[in-house]
Write a protein that binds this ligand. Structure first.
Ligand SMILES: [Zn+2]
Length: 229
C-alpha cells in the first residue's frame, strides 16, 4: 500500500492533546495508520502538509511494518493456492477483500474496531464470491453430464462442520465458504456430490454408482477433504 493510497483513503488520524507544543508524527505498527498529534494552533491543512513533507520517512516505516506484519499473519489458501493476508484497517464501516493473484496477496480492508474478526468477515465475503463464480462456471457441464436439471438455488455461507449440504425437495444446495481453500478438483467433487443428492438422498449403491460414472476419481478427490464427508 502506497502512501498516496493511504492519504486518499483518509488513513491519517489527527489527534489533539492538551499541552502538546509540537507536531508528533507516528505510524501505527498494527493498523498502519498515520497518526498526527497537533498543538491547538496548528490547522488540519497544515497537519496534512507536514505529513507530505515527511513522506519518505513514513514510506520507510510502512514498508518495514508491512513486511513484519506479513510474517506474523496467517496464510490463507484460495483455490489451493497460498496467499498472504495484507490487512489495512479502515475507519469506515465497509469491508473489502481483493485477490492479487500475481503477487499471492489478499488485500483486506475492514473496520478498525473489529480487528481480526473484520479480516475474517472480509475474507468470507471474498470466498463467497469465488465459490459462486466457480460453481456457476462449471455447473452447466455437470448438470448435462448427470442429466440433472433442477432449478437450483445455490447458497454459500460459513459452515463449520459441513462442506456442503443438499435439500432435494427445496432444490437447495449450500456450500461452506471454507471449501474455497481447496483446489478446483475438490470443490468440483463436493458440488457433484451435492448434485447427486438431488437424485439420491443417502450415500447408497446408486449414489456411488452415479459418482463412479460421472467422476471416476471422486474417491481421490474426496480423500483430500480429510474430514469424513
Ligand atoms: Zn452426502
Amino acid at each position: 500500500m502506497q502512501l498516496e493510497d493511504i492519504m486518499s483513503e483518509s488513513k491519517i488520524i489527527f489527534k489533539r492533546r492538551r499541552g502538546v507544543r509540537r507536531l508528533i508524527l507516528k505510524v501505527n505498527p498494527l493498523t498502519l495508520a498515520i497518526e498526527l498529534t497537533l498543538p491547538w494552533w496548528v490547522t488540519y491543512a497544515e497537519g496534512r502538509s507536514f505529513v507530505l513533507k515527511n513522506k519518505d520517512w513514513i514510506e520507510n516505516k510502512l514498508n518495514d511494518y508491512t513486511q513484519k506484519a506479513n510474517h506474523k499473519k496467517n496464510q490463507q489458501f484460495i483455490l489451493g493456492q497460498p496467499y498472504r493476508i495484507n490487512h489495512l484497517d479502515n475507519s469506515q464501516k465497509t469491508y473489502k477483500a481483493k485477490l492479487d493473484k500475481e503477487n499471492g496477496v489478499i488485500y483486506v480492508i475492514s473496520p478498525l474496531e473489529l480487528g481480526l474478526e473484520g479480516v475474517t468477515q472480509s475474507i468470507r465475503m471474498l470466498q463467497k464470491e469465488i465459490l459462486y463464480e466457480f460453481v456457476l462456471s462449471t455447473n452447466h457441464y455437470w448438470e448435462e453430464k448427470m442429466s440433472i436439471h433442477p432449478e437450483l438455488s445455490l447458497y454459500v455461507k460459513y459452515m463449520k462442520s459441513q462442506w456442503g449440504n443438499c435439500r432435494p425437495r427445496l432444490k437447495k444446495i449450500t456450500l461452506s465458504t471454507e471449501l474455497c481453500a481447496f483446489n478446483h478438483e475438490v470443490i468440483e467433487y463436493v458440488w457433484v456430490h451435492e448434485l447427486a443428492h438431488i437424485r439420491f438422498a443417502n450415500h447408497g449403491k446408486e449414489f456411488k454408482a452415479l459418482l463412479d460414472k460421472v467422476m471416476p476419481d471422486w474417491r481421490v478427490r474426496s480423500a483430500q477433504l480429510k474430514t469424513q464427508y
